[in-house]
Design a protein around this ligand. Structure first.
Ligand code: UD1
Length: 387
């Protein structure tokens, strides 16, 4: 059997790592081998957004890099489809595996399906029910086309059934991100926070004297933000920045590994100088997997609009404010046993929940099948439907 797996953007890399490992293990033990190829679309291309993850998570170099780079959605999807179709015609795989909800997921599932190649979607069935999110469109189209839909939770099965997907195409396998978290927990916990900060500090932040901080006390907030709905408009981004500077930073230092999109927008809106001059806001370059995991393990509170971090906060128990009005991952919400609460981008709502959240203790949760063994179940599901 020949399989091509596709990765494109940062959140895909931690999801593919455990699958590649179980395929290698399978090939060591079984006579009939799986021929596996890894294709990187090149949507994320900075070393810190891509190469660093391959290295840290021991992912072999991609067999093919399509070199798509940045661009509008149509540009990214269009260029990926054109380039990936050529790969498919040349390589003729039986299966294409796509992950998550990035532009590569959509582009490659459409290209494969049109060539009658079977598509397996890992992380199927998540729905925010907000079709203004580019990722929701990617999820809807990919799930509509996929032959094998592997869900991280049972709510996702329900979503797919409500859309009319045949039950036999769906398999509940758990969350593959947690495989990566579990196998890297020890390595991450051995890192030293001050070293993470020194190594990743944005040099422009010269006024900041790191010696003033003692991060071993876990008294810091961790922040990430990159969604277009939060960062693309000045009237939304600026009040959030102001809230961080005027309120959160008075309680504790804020560590913020900054996404390239967000940095570009802060510069464009003339907010960059304001953030780099505040010495309680510690801006870092995008972090590696273990570094981010260590900070998440130790932080007092997380503020984020990332889907993956909401999941990791659930398992680690980090009290989390999700800077979104909805989530495709309701299992991560406190009302469902998780660690996060939706606060959107309205400052009074953020403030109210921030105050409540500061009083919470770390309470880890483990949703069903988020047990570190999802990659194995994924491979079994593919082998079963290949018969
Ligand atoms: C993408 C995913 C999103 C995911 C996020 C994680 C889609 C639709 N969105 O969003 O689901 O949560 O990745 O990071 O696929 N850039 C760089 N270097 C890079 C990559 C991007 O400088 O390595 C800059 C470019 O200027 C680009 C901007 O960041 O225009 C945004 O990148 P893009 O690939 O469009 O999407 P993300 O916002 O990263």
């Amino acid at each position: 059997m020949k399989i091509i797996s596709v990765v494109g953007a940062r959140p895909n890399f931690m999801k593919i790592a455990p699958l590649i490992k179980v395929i290698s293990k399978y090939n060591e033990c079984e006579e009939e081998k799986i021929e596996h190829m890894l294709v990187h679309t090149g949507q994320h291309y900075d070393d810190r957004m891509s190469k660093a993850f391959f290295k840290a998570l021991d992912i072999p170099d991609a067999d093919i890099n399509l070199g798509i780079g940045s661009g509008s959605h149509a540009e990214q999807v269009g260029k990926t489809m054109i380039a990936f179709e050529k790969v498919l015609i040349e390589e003729k795989p039986q299966w294409v595996i796509v992950l998550g909800d990035v532009n590569a997921t959509l582009a490659c599932s459409v290209a494969a399906k049109k060539l009658h190649i079977r598509v397996c979607h890992i992380e199927a069935g998540l729905r925010s029910f907000d079709d203004r999110m580019p990722e929701e469109i990617n999820r809807l189209v990919t799930d509509r086309l996929s032959d094998l839909l592997l869900t991280p939770d049972e709510l996702s099965i329900e979503n797919l059934r409500n859309e009319g997907v045949t039950r036999s195409k769906i398999e509940f396998v758990g969350n593959i991100m947690i495989d990566t978290l579990e196998s890297n927990r020890v390595k991450a916990s051995n890192l030293i926070i001050n070293e993470i900060i020194e190594d990743n500090f944005i040099q422009e932040q010269k006024s900041n004297d790191l010696n003033n901080f003692n991060f071993s006390t876990s008294h810091f907030a961790l922040m990430t933000m990159h969604r277009p709905s939060n960062v693309d408009k000045k009237e939304i981004l600026e009040p959030i920045i102001q809230f961080l500077l005027d309120e959160v930073s008075l309680d504790m230092p804020i560590i913020w590994p900054i996404h390239p999109r967000t940095k570009n927008k802060l510069e464009q809106f003339n907010l960059w100088d304001k953030v780099i001059l505040n010495d309680k806001l510690i801006l870092l370059n995008p972090l590696g997997y273990h570094e981010m995991l260590k900070l998440n393990m130790e932080s007092k509170i997380m503020l984020t609009d990332s889907g993956g971090l909401q999941e990791e906060c659930t398992v680690l128990g980090t009290p989390c404010l999700t800077l979104r009005w909805n989530t495709e991952r309701p299992i991560t919400l406190r009302k469902n046993g998780g660690a996060s609460v939706l606060v959107g981008n309205n400052i009074s709502r953020i403030r109210e929940e921030y105050k409540k959240t500061l009083k919470l203790n770390r309470t880890p949760d483990r949703p069903k099948l988020w047990d570190g063994k999802t990659a194995k179940r994924i491979l079994e599901a593919i082998l079963k439907s290949n018969k």
